[in-house]
Design a protein around this ligand. Sequence first.
Ligand code: IDC
Length: 463
Amino acid sequence: MKRTLALLATCATALGLMTLAGPQAVAATGCKVDYTVTSQWQGGFQAGVKVTNLGDPVSGWTLKWTWPDGGQKVTQGWNGTWSQSGSTVSATNVDWNRALATGGSADLGFTGTFTGSNPKPAAFTLNGVACTGTVGGDTPTDPGTPGNPGTGTPVGVNGQLKVCGVNLCNQYNRPIQLRGMSTHGIQWFSKCYNSASLDALATDWKADLLRIAMYVQEQGYETDPAGFTSRVNSYVDMAEARGMYALIDFHTLTPGDPNYNIDRAKTFFASVAARNAAKKNVIYEIANEPNGVSWTAIKSYAEQVIPVIRAADPDAVVIVGTRGWSSLGVSDGSSEAEVVNNPVNASNIMYAFHFYAASHKDNYRATVSRAAAKLPLFVTEFGTVSATGGGSLDRSSTTAWLDLLDQLKISYANWTYSDANESSAAFKPGTCDGGDYSSSGVLTESGALVKSRISTADTFPTS
Ligand code: IDC
């Protein structure tokens, strides 16, 4: 412990110097946790937890995790102030280990009780940031690093995107289609988003795009704006380091009127747009699925949020959700005409269309075929199953949809790159508790189908 104290004293000095050197630097984030059960007995155990800060120095911290098994409980901890609420454990620094420099670590420990098999926690956060064991510059597959997505990767080839006519175009002003996956709610499934899973997405799935679904309600952004903002930023960096685009999804769902969250949206987008302005891989999706609300109200929301993004990041593509759960109004008995006749007053924008193959079929496909001639469309979310996210896979409808999107060069992201216990998830339940995201055995029926579509070669024009 003496050694740790000496190290922390050195770190505290370094912290002082670094603050002077770079007050304007963009915060680097990241952390690593080593969790070891040191002894276990009937119903009880003792564990050591070493947390290492891989981001910028911090002068106070809270480590959190959620037990995988409802029966696990911390009874007494040391080297931190410990608490447990439901199945979520928090350990906050004590005075002497408050400062953690970059690379600095703290050793904590506790005794606890359990009832089941006492599984290790799958995911940790430090000050709200997922501890995926990566630094801002995680070592990716291709030579990419943050700021440098790597030659031959989707971002390396296509660069800064823009809307041209009704298409999404690359740096050569040529239409492209991006194919990728959406996270599940990051408030629930952070265990699924780490170096190994994103390597698999970039390398095995050959995905062009990661959609980052940041719920606003349901224990999402509204409960911890700073924590969720930095988590989104780390996923942007992890996508960039692998040459993938990152679609930042402000995942409003209930309530359906995005204006309910407009102040939060302005705060959130001002922050992520400023932080990511220099990056080429970021696309903003300002409202997931407006529902129970008119197109006029959605348009008004968009015309207030888009200028906030543009002020910080003028050249990024922005995607606007549409009426009736982003159905272009069809699920509300309307149609794309309301958008065509009254478009959002902004440039470089696209409109979201969502479908779930088992629920939305020919009349929705007819709408998309028609609308694609007039509006830039982006399928920011679709499922191979029913709109509940469950039920059986509809292979023929999914195939008809994806053939149509390929033909129209409409980009898409599939719900979900997760191991949720629902048929829309690409991985079998429990996959994210292990490290294998690559073998075919971990895929669900939906995952196998979608991966077979996404992993075919891209044909991005380069002149
Ligand atoms: C679903 C999730 C489910 C969660 C529910 C409510 O799969 O686990 O309990 O949301 O948060 C959407 C939404 C998306 C839904 C998905 C499936 O954008 O949040 O996820 N869906 O119902 N629109 C149509 C379907």
